[in-house]
Design a protein around this ligand. Structure first.
Ligand code: S3P
Length: 195
């Protein structure tokens, strides 16, 4: 059974689904669309909690010695998603780790369920316009190599929204600095973590 709290902190809408007691919350997993700040927030949170920091895209790149764009190009998205699943399994053995995940990773129910066994799952949210503003000058994301990237963002975001909303905590990052978002993540983690 989950309880939903909605707190309004300044301009930041924060929703918390209270975590079920049969979970062992020892890590933090950041999920959310490309450009929502998972990497930057994850690094800040890890530094402040003195936790390790892992990024699923970086793990995949290290294991395959290829960039995400190369994997998409030569083997296709399906292969990339299979690599993501493997990394998610590996991560489940970790403790005291902040995990920044690729934007599409939680769209697999298996991945989301696995993360929830050991981590507080926090979704960083931003509206499509804000995401576009943040990613438009970056070129490393194959899914945005599209004739109409803004439309693609809207479509992908709409398709993934039901998965993102299954996070324990939903944080709107639109009007908050990275530091403020990181503080909120830490606060929520301290409420739920195994001591
Ligand atoms: C993807 C997001 C990327 C990366 C890959 C696919 C997605 O990660 O995993 O390009 O499906 O949204 P970021 O969310 O860190 O950009």
């Amino acid at each position: 059974m989950t309880r939903i709290l909605a707190l309004e902190t300044g301009n930041l809408k924060l929703e918390t689904h209270c975590v079920q007691s049969d979970r062992r919350i020892v890590n933090i997993a950041l999920i959310g669309f490309m450009g929502t700040g998972k990497t930057s927030v994850g690094r800040l949170v890890a530094e402040q909690l003195r936790f390790d920091y892992l990024d699923t895209d970086e793990m995949i790149q290290a294991r395959t010695s290829r960039t995400i764009a190369q994997i998409f190009k030569s083997d296709g998205e399906e292969t990339f998603r299979a690599l993501e699943e493997k990394v998610v399994e590996e991560i489940s053995a970790r403790t005291k780790t902040v995990i920044a995940t690729g934007g599409g990773l939680p769209a697999s129910p298996k991945n989301l369920a696995s993360l929830k066994t050991h981590a507080l799952v926090v979704c960083l949210w931003a509206p499509p316009e804000k995401i576009w503003e943040r990613v438009k000058n970056q070129s490393h994301r194959p899914l945005l190599h599209d004739s109409d990237p803004q439309k693609k963002i809207r479509e992908l975001l709409a398709a993934r929204e039901p998965f993102y909303k299954q996070a324990d905590v939903l944080l709107n990052t639109e009007l908050r600095s990275l530091r403020e978002v990181a503080q909120q993540v830490i606060h929520q983690f301290r409420l739920e973590a195994v001591q």
